[in-house]
Design a binder for this molecule. Structure first.
Ligand code: ADP
Ligand code: MG
Length: 240
């Protein structure tokens, strides 16, 4: 199958004063469509940097990043913004919801950028919130919801445009075990249903059980790529 994303000899060096930090040191990788990937590695191994580069949030210092025959690393800010709106969804560890907006308003945001009409935006956002189990929380603000509920809102927001790639950077880092499995079941279930590529960053081995491929990173390099027979649903079961 054609890869959705290819990285060729990608390097990222940060300069801090006179010091150089090599966050990514020659990455060659391909992500296939409709697969679930897990990026595993200790803190500082370059996971977030890799996501940021693929999402076009940062430029590589060297190498090429190719999304369906387009060089992301060559795009200007305007094209990148469009590329992200059309193709990328994000789920963050810290949820990144706008505190002054309701759940419904937060989920409609990506549709505003896509110029969907207000009535249609509301209808689709309400449908997404129902799909993540929050049909009774449409008017709640983030501060009026639990961490798990806020993460559900951010999942609804990430998926509402049906982007071809969804990134999740430590999506369950702030959640308890039971909620972690609920979120993982939800995110991976939606990605399968919509036939999306899902790239999850984590340092939690349990989460990697959901992935088709487990990419292990170390010191800015790919240490190993493992194939996995992914699980679909996991319950928080003490007997396991
Ligand atoms: P991970 O997500 O695996 O914990 P990161 O990709 O965040 O790792 O970071 C990789 C390395 O790059 C770390 O050593 C980190 O300190 C450094 N780094 C990340 N972002 C920056 C930045 N904006 N400026 C300088 N150094 C950075
Ligand atoms: Mg990180």
């Amino acid at each position: 199958m054609e890869p959705v994303i290819q990285l060729k000899d990608v390097r990222k060096v940060y300069r801090m004063g006179s010091e150089k930090i090599t966050a990514l040191n020659g990455i060659n990788l391909e992500f296939e469509a409709e697969k679930i990937y897990c990026l595993l590695g200790t803190s500082g191994s370059g996971k977030s940097t890799l996501l940021n580069l693929i999402a076009g949030l940062e430029k590589p210092s060297a190498g090429a990043i190719i999304f369906k025959n387009q060089r992301i690393d060559k795009m200007d800010e305007k094209r990148l913004a469009l590329f992200r709106q059309q193709n990328i969804g994000f789920v963050f560890q810290s949820y990144n919801l706008l505190p002054a907006l309701t759940a419904l308003e937060n989920v409609t945001l990506p549709l505003i950028f896509r110029q969907v009409r207000p009535k249609e935006r509301k209808r689709r956002a309400a449908e997404m919130l129902a799909a993540v189990g929050l049909k009774d929380r449409l008017k709640h603000k983030p501060s009026q919801m639990s961490g798990g509920q806020q993460q559900r809102v951010s999942i609804a927001r990430a998926f509402i445009n049906k982007p071809s790639i969804v990134f999740a950077d430590e999506p369950t880092g702030n959640l308890d075990t039971k909620t972690t499995y609920e979120m993982m079941n939800l995110i991976t279930g939606m990605a399968r249903e919509n036939r999306q590529t899902l790239i999850i960053v984590t340092h939690d081995l349990e989460i990697s059980a959901y992935a088709h491929k487990i990419i292990k990173m170390r010191d800015g390099c790919i240490e190993k790529i493992e194939d996995n027979n992914p699980i679909f649903n996991k319950e928080d079961n003490v007997n396991e």
